[in-house]
Design a protein around this ligand. Structure first.
Ligand code: M6R
Length: 369
C-alpha cells in the first residue's frame, strides 16, 4: 500500500501534484470564476463579514499564516491567525460579522474543535477546511471546503498542507469575488497560475536528488535554522517543524528581519541555515532585503542553503547550496518552496535512522487538549 515507496511520507510527497490538482478540480470555471457552491454560507452573509479569524494547530496553523497574506491582500479584510490551543483562553473578540476558518487535516483535533465551538457560541460563522469527510470539525461547522488530498497516513503532514494552502487561496479569492474587491488583472493572473501550479510542484519533485544528498551530509549537525520573509516566513516555520518532528534535531524558523534582534547570535561556523527567498519580481524590496540577510549570516560563518526562484541570479554568490523552484506569483510560492523542505527533513530522518512515518512521541491525530 506504500506504492513501492519505503515510507508513506515519500509516497505522500510524490502525490502532491495530483492532490493539488484534485483540490482545484471543478472549483475554477473556464472564465476564471470560482464556483464554491459547497460553501453554504450565503454570499449575503460573506458580504457582511468584517474580519476573518483562522484557527488551527501545527502544520495547519502554518497554512493559516500563509492564508492571512492572501486574504488581506486580495480582500482587504483584516485576518488574524491563532493557535487553536491559545484561542479561547484569551477571550477573543468574535461576533456574527467574524468569519472563522478552522483548518484541520484529520477533522478531529481537539484544540481546533474546542476553539470552533467557542467561536460558534459567540455567533460567528465557521468554515472548516478539512481533508477527512464526515469528521467532527466539518460536522460542527457552518460550512466545509474539503481538501482532496486523499488519505494521509504519515504523521508528518505533507500533501494535506499543500492542499490546505490551495483551499485557503480558493477561499480568499472567493471572498474577493463575492465582495467585489480588487477583481483586476492581478487576481486573474493568480487564478491562471494557480490552475497550472500542479505542474510546478511536479517540476520541483523532479529536481530533489541534490537536496537528498545534502541532507545526508548534515546528519550529525545539532541545529538547523530556517529564515524567510513574507509568505516565506511561515514556510520557514514549516521547514523547522518538519525537521523537529522527523529528524529530532533542534530547528527554528525565523522572520529574516528579526535576525538582528537576537537570533543572529546563534550563528556559528558551518551551521546550516535554510533561506526561503521571495521572487525578485514584484516585491523587489523584500528580495533585496533577504539577499542582505543571506550576506550577513554568511559573513558570520553560516552554511547557506538558499531556496530561490529560477533565474534569480542575485543570490548565487551567497549560496553555498542553491535549490531552484519554478517562478510563481509571490503569494503562491509556498506551494513550491515547501516541497524541498519536506524532502530535506524526510532524508535527514532516514539518515539518522529514525522511524519516518511514526516519529517518537507523536500521534497522527491529536484528540486530547
Ligand atoms: O489534523 P490536523 O490538521 O488538525 O492536525 C494538526 C497538527 O497536529 C498537525 O498538522 C501536526 O502538526 C503534524 N504532525 C505536522 O506534520
Amino acid at each position: 500500500e506504500k506504492g513501492g515507496y519505503d515510507y508513506f511520507m515519500l509516497k505522500e510527497i510524490a502525490e502532491q501534484p495530483k492532490a493539488v490538482a484534485d483540490t482545484l478540480l471543478g472549483r475554477i470555471d473556464g472564465s476564471g470564476s470560482l464556483t464554491l457552491d459547497e460553501v453554504r454560507i450565503p454570499p449575503g452573509v460573506l458580504r457582511e463579514i468584517d474580519k476573518v479569524v483562522i484557527i488551527a494547530c501545527g502544520t495547519a496553523f502554518h497554512a493559516g499564516l500563509i492564508a492571512k497574506y492572501a486574504i488581506e491582500h486580495w480582500t482587504r479584510l483584516p485576518c488574524e491567525v491563532e493557535l487553536a490551543s491559545e484561542f479561547r483562553y484569551r477571550d477573543p473578540i468574535l461576533d456574527a460579522q467574524t468569519l472563522v476558518i478552522a483548518i484541520s487535516q484529520s477533522g478531529e483535533t481537539m484544540d481546533t474543535l474546542m476553539a470552533l465551538r467557542h467561536a460558534r457560541e459567540q455567533g460567528s460563522k465557521v468554515l472548516a477546511i478539512c481533508n477527512t469527510n464526515g469528521s467532527t470539525i466539518p460536522r460542527e461547522s457552518d460550512a466545509v471546503l474539503y481538501t482532496h488530498a486523499g488519505p494521509e497516513v504519515a504523521v508528518a503532514s505533507t500533501k494535506a498542507f499543500l492542499t490546505q494552502l490551495v483551499a485557503c487561496y480558493l477561499v480568499a479569492l472567493y471572498l474577493g469575488q463575492v465582495r467585489g474587491t480588487k477583481w483586476g488583472d492581478e487576481i486573474r493572473a493568480v487564478i491562471r497560475d494557480l490552475s497550472s501550479i500542479s505542474g510546478a510542484v511536479d517540476e520541483v519533485l523532479g529536481t530533489m536528488e541534490p537536496v537528498r544528498e545534502l541532507a545526508r551530509t548534515l546528519a550529525t549537525k545539532k541545529t538547523v535554522l530556517f529564515l524567510g520573509r513574507h509568505v516565506g516566513y511561515p514556510v520557514a516555520l514549516e521547514g523547522a517543524l518538519k525537521l523537529k518532528e522527523l529528524a529530532y534535531m533542534h530547528a527554528e524558523g525565523f522572520a529574516a528581519g528579526e535576525l538582528k534582534h537576537g537570533p543572529i547570535a546563534l550563528i556559528e561556523e558551518d551551521m546550516p541555515v535554510v533561506v526561503v527567498v521571495p521572487s525578485p519580481r514584484g516585491r523587489s524590496v523584500l528580495h533585496d532585503k533577504i539577499v542582505s540577510n543571506i550576506q550577513e549570516i554568511r559573513a558570520r560563518g553560516a552554511r547557506t542553503i538558499v531556496i530561490a526562484e529560477e533565474g534569480d541570479e542575485a543570490v548565487v554568490p551567497y549560496a553555498d547550496h542553491l535549490v531552484r523552484v519554478p517562478a510563481t506569483p509571490t503569494l503562491l510560492q509556498p506551494l513550491v518552496a515547501t516541497v524541498p523542505l519536506q524532502v530535506f527533513a524526510c532524508e535527514l530522518a532516514t539518515a539518522r535512522g529514525n522511524e519516518v512515518d511514526q516519529p517518537r512521541n507523536l500521534a497522527k491525530s491529536v484528540t486530547v487538549e
